[in-house]
Design a protein around this ligand. Structure first.
Ligand code: NAP
Ligand code: MG
Length: 403
């Protein structure tokens, strides 16, 4: 069989620990035998980030802007323990944070659904994709504890020096707490465009919710920006795609989500997204079955797994022990990126290869062959727990038959 040719390179961001091991296995077992893989490689492993003073992360994000599609392995976000473990020059920032800031993107997380792993909410038969606005609000707050007798105000000084004041609270009879939040229109607009673009891409409805009835200026601004961008830039495209933009209050959204069957994108403000993404991920069963894609407002895509580097498994692997680490989310990051590259470059073989590889993966699990994390959850009558490599070899057996 002739290998599938690529024209434009994929930006390949290698990473750390067990996912770095899986990364190579996926390429060797499932990709390079079938594709003349063309990538521009960036080693985001912590050692190399440290050697380059983290310049490699910035370079990889710039390359993603240039080529439009990237695939990323999970990476370590350094903390004090990692500074010691890797003898780091500095506690480098989270690569995901750096890349997201450069691409100005929104992260969309989607669960991969397989037979035998029933969501805790059994009506959820289709995936719910969560989009989290990753800027501002309580994550960039200023807060104070204030003594009894204090008078607290919001003060805005405009560029001409004019002050506008608004009373927060007069603390008569009790001490208390105050908090200042902000967001910026440009970031909310980028968020809205990323969401609408991704809804068109998935051909799924998009829901957005806030608390605009209580927060008549702050949350209402989110609602207005979404509505305005939808009306002026997306309404027609949505109508011809047969999908819908739906706005409601956050508490109503929560109630509707629980009753729904899934199959839509749920755009959330920063805090809602933080909380709801954990709820949704848990309800679908496993973080190892959750894909993640960063979408910029210009339509640049970076695919990855939602989980981390699976450190505990890596230490076992280093000791020469077999691990049973789930590679599905990392594999789907590759298929997502290859399919997108295929679409952009008009290489249909690449798209159909991605489809087949995903199908072979799901078939493997539904045949009862799975890694330990899924074997614990699966309700299939006959299941066999396999190690990390064996799982990929099993997928390849099924893939071969489809080629
Ligand atoms: P983690 O790597 O997601 O793993 C947490 C636990 O979840 C694992 O110990 C494992 O449980 C289970 N798990 C996660 N993925 C799995 C998989 N593919 N197969 C089987 N089990 C899986 O999170 P962490 O241990 O908190 O973080 C490790 C490192 O990852 C940290 O340095 C963190 O900075 C980094 N991280 C990176 C990203 C990213 O690059 N996007 C995201 C999150 C965290 P058991 O051990 O019980 O088997
Ligand atoms: Mg959270």
């Amino acid at each position: 069989m002739e290998k599938i040719k690529m024209t434009t390179p994929l930006v390949e961001m290698d990473g750390d620990e067990m996912t770095r091991v899986i990364w190579k296995m996926i390429k060797d077992i499932l990709l390079t035998p079938y594709i003349d893989l063309k990538t521009e490689y960036y080693d985001l492993g912590l050692k190399h980030r440290n050697e380059t003073d983290d310049k490699v992360t910035i370079d990889s994000a710039e390359a993603t802007k240039k080529y439009g599609v990237a695939v990323k392995c999970a990476t370590i976000t350094p903390n004090a323990a990692r500074v010691e473990e890797y003898n780091l020059k500095e506690m480098w920032k989270s690569p995901n944070g750096t890349i997201r800031a450069i691409l100005d993107g929104t992260v969309f997380r989607t669960p991969i659904i397989v037979k035998g792993i029933t969501p805790y909410i059994p009506t959820w038969i289709k995936p719910i994709t969560i989009a989290r606005h990753a800027y501002g609000d309580v994550y960039k707050n200023t807060e104070m504890q204030v003594p009894e007798g204090s008078k607290c105000e919001l003060v805005c000084t405009d560029k001409n020096g004019n002050e506008t004041r608004s009373l927060i609270h007069e603390f008569k009879g009790s001490s208390g707490i105050i908090q200042g939040l902000h967001n910026v229109d440009s970031s909310i607009k980028s968020f809205a465009r990323s969401c609408f673009n991704f809804a068109l891409e998935l051909k799924q409805d998009i829901w957005f919710a806030s608390k605009d009835t209580i927060s008549k200026k702050y949350d209402h601004r989110f609602k207005d920006i979404f509505a305005e961008i939808y009306e002026t830039e997306y309404k027609e495209k949505f109508e011809s795609a047969g999908i819908e933009y739906f706005y409601t209050l956050i508490d109503d959204a929560v109630a509707r989500v629980i009753r729904s069957e899934g199959g839509y994108i749920w755009a959330c403000k920063n805090y809602d997204g933080d909380v709801m993404s954990d709820m949704v991920a848990t309800a679908y069963g496993s973080l190892a079955m959750m894909t993640s894609v960063l979408v910029s407002p210009e339509g640049i895509y970076e695919y990855e797994a939602a989980h981390g580097t699976v450190q505990r498994h890596y230490y076992k692997y280093l000791k020469g022990e077999k691990t049973s680490t789930n590679s599905v989310a990392t594999l789907f990051a590759w298929t997502g990126a290859l399919r997108k590259r295929g679409e952009l470059d008009g290489i249909t073989e690449l798209c159909s290869f991605a489809d087949k590889l995903e199908k072979a993966t799901i078939e493997t699990i539904e045949d009862g062959v799975m890694t330990g994390d899924l074997a614990l959850l699966s309700t299939l009558p006959d299941k066999r727990k396999v190690d990390t490599e064996e799982f990929l070899l099993e997928i390849n057996e099924r893939l071969k038959k489809m080629m």
